[in-house]
Unconditional design. Sequence first.
Length: 166
Amino acid sequence: MPVRDKFPTEYFAENPLEGESAHNAYKRLQWGNNPRKAWKIEAPEPMAVLGRLAKLFFVGGKSQSFDDWDFYVAVGTKSNRVYLVPMDEKHKPMAFPEGFLKGCDAIVGVRRIDYYSEKGNEEGYYFHEHEKPFPMLYGCDDHFILEPAKHRGGRSYAVSDEGIIG
C-alpha cells in the first residue's frame, strides 16, 4: 500500500495549511518551535520553512547534493507547493524574480528530497521519497518549485504537520 493512502484524501485535494499564517504554518511544521527569524521578501506567496536542502534525487537515477546553507526548503501557505529558496551569504532568503511562476522551465522529475530541520527542538536529517506520479522540478533564476503531479483528482504530494507526504 502506498504511504499516501495512510493520509486523508483531503490532504491531496485541498491545502492542509489553508488559512494559516506563515508563522503558524512554521510552528506546525516544526512541531511546536517558534521561528527565530522572519524575513519579508518578494515571493509568489507567504511561505514557511521546512528546513535546509541537503540533496535531491531525480527520476532517471541522478542526484544533486547541496551545501548546508545553499537553499531553504519552504512551503507556500496558499498553494501547499514546495519551494527551494536560495540564500545569500548571511543565510537570508533571496527575493524571487518578478513573474517567477510564469517564467519557470520544467527541469526534471524528483523522486526524493532530503533536508536538515529542527523539529520539536531536535536537529535532524529528514528525507521524503515521493511516490508515483513524481512531482516536477521547475526553475527560474536559481529559484525552484516542486510542482505536484496530478493524481486521482488531486495532487501527488502535500505538506502537513507530518511534513511532505505522498
